[in-house]
Unconditional design. Structure first.
Length: 354
C-alpha cells in the first residue's frame, strides 16, 4: 500500500513515543549523578564551556497521571560536575530547553495559545516564566547566544511548513527570519561558532524530498535523501555563503568550531550506517573520518577540537544510549549522562560566558 509523507511522519512520531515510554520505565537516574559530583553551579562559578541537557520524566516516576516534566541539567566540562537546574512542565510537541548560565535563565518550548509551541524563558532568580513569541508553531533548536544579544532557533512559523533559521533579539523582542519567503527549504540543523561569530545551517528542498518519497514508495526501494547543503549565515547582516553541497546524502548533525565543521551523514533516511566528515569552513574541502560512535541526536566539537560530545551510543563500550565524550587522540569514550530514568531528548554545548 502506498504511503504518503504524512504517514511517514506518523510512523516517526510513534517511534519517538515508544522510545520515550521505554526510557521512562527504566531504573532510577541516581546512577547518573555521582553524589560527590552533584552540586549547584551558578553563573558566578561557571566560566568555561558547559552542556545543557533536557531529560523528560514522569512526575510520579510511573505513568502520565500526574503529568511529565522536562528535567534540566548542566554539565561543567572543566570540573566534570553534573548539576540539576530545575524542572519545567512538558507541554510542547517536542521537549526542548537550553540553559544560559550567564543570564541565569532557561529558554524552552511550550504550548502557546491555540495550536503550536512558542518560545518561553524561565528566570531562575524570580522563578517565573514569560512567553517571548506568538508567531511560531514548532521549535526544533534553540541557541541562547549570538552576536548583539541574539538568540537563534530553527522553527516553523504559524501557517507554514518549512523549518527556518529565526533570530530573536532579546532587547527589542523582535524576530527576524532568514529566507522568510522561501517555502521550500527546510533547515534541519544549525550550529553557532563563537570563533567566527557565524551560524552554519544544514538544509534541503522539501519538494525534492517529496519526489524522492514518492519514487521510493512507487518502486519499493530505499529512500534516498535530497541534496543537502551547508550555508554560512552572518548573524548581523544575514548574508549567506554556501560552504558545501552533498548529493544524495542526509546531514543528520553538524557542529562548527574554529575553521572546521564536523558532520554526521547517512546515505539513506532513517538507516545506518552513520558516517562522519570534517569540512573546512573556508574552502569546503571534505575529509572523511572513522568514528566508533552512532550519533543521530546531538554532536558538538570540544573547544580544543580534540574530541566530540555526542548523544547516542558507543560501538566500543556497551554503556547504552546517553551523552558521551569521544577523544580523537586516545580513541576512548567517556560516558557523561546515561539514559536511565526518562528519555534524553536533546543537549547542547554552550561556550563559556554565554
Amino acid at each position: 500500500m502506498k504511503r504518503n509523507w504524512f504517514s511517514i511522519l506518523s510512523v516517526v512520531a510513534i517511534i519517538i513515543l515508544l522510545a520515550l515510554n521505554i526510557g521512562c520505565n527504566s531504573s532510577s537516574i541516581g546512577s547518573n549523578v555521582p553524589p560527590e559530583k552533584s552540586k549547584t553551579i551558578t553563573a558566578e562559578s561557571q566560566r568555561g564551556d558547559y552542556l545543557s541537557i533536557t531529560n523528560t520524566e514522569y512526575v510520579n516516576g510511573v505513568d502520565t497521571d500526574d503529568g511529565m516534566v522536562m528535567r534540566i541539567y548542566t554539565y561543567d566540562i572543566n570540573s566534570k560536575v553534573l548539576s540539576k537546574v530545575d524542572d519545567l512542565p512538558y507541554t510542547s510537541q517536542y521537549p526542548l530547553s537550553v540553559v544560559s548560565l550567564k543570564e541565569d535563565k532557561i529558554y524552552y518550548s511550550a504550548a502557546g495559545e491555540g495550536k503550536g509551541d512558542q518560545l518561553f524563558v524561565y528566570d531562575n532568580k524570580t522563578k517565573t516564566s514569560q512567553r517571548l513569541t506568538n508567531e511560531l508553531f514548532a521549535i526544533n533548536r534553540i541557541i541562547p547566544h549570538a552576536a548583539e544579544n541574539k538568540l537563534i532557533m530553527t522553527a516553523v512559523k504559524k501557517g507554514e511548513r518549512p523549518l527556518k533559521v529565526v533570530f530573536y533579539d532579546k532587547q527589542s523582542k523582535q524576530m527576524s527570519t532568514v529566507n522568510d519567503r522561501d517555502m521550500d527549504t527546510t533547515v534541519w540543523d544549525i550550529s553557532y561558532d563563537p570563533e567566527t561569530n557565524k551560524t552554519y545551517a544544514a538544509s534541503y528542498s522539501e519538494n525534492e524530498q517529496s519526489k524522492n518519497i514518492e519514487k521510493a514508495n512507487r518502486t519499493q526501494t530505499e529512500l534516498i535523501p535530497p541534496k543537502n547543503q551547508i550555508v554560512e549565515i552572518d548573524n548581523n547582516s544575514m548574508e549567506q555563503r554556501s560552504v558545501i553541497e552533498l548529493e544524495n546524502e542526509q546531514i543528520l548533525r553538524l557542529t562548527a568550531r574554529g575553521e572546521q565543521i564536523l558532520i554526521a551523514t547517512a546515505r539513506h533516511i532513517n538507516k545506518d550506517p552513520v558516517e562522519y566528515s570534517f569540512i573546512n569552513i573556508k574552502t569546503g574541502e571534505r575529509q572523511r573520518i572513522d568514528l566508533p560512535i552512532k550519533a543521530r541526536s546531538g554532536l558538538f566539537l570540544s573547544q580544543d577540537g580534540k574530541g566530540v560530545y555526542f548523544l547516542g551510543v558507543s560501538e566500543k563500550e556497551d554503556n547504552g544510549r546517553g551523552i558521551h565524550f569521544y577523544d580523537f587522540n586516545t580513541q576512548k569514550t567517556e560516558p557523561i549522562f546515561l539514559q536511565k530514568n526518562g528519555f534524553i531528548n536533546n543537549f547542547r554545548l554552550i561556550p563559556g560566558d554565554s
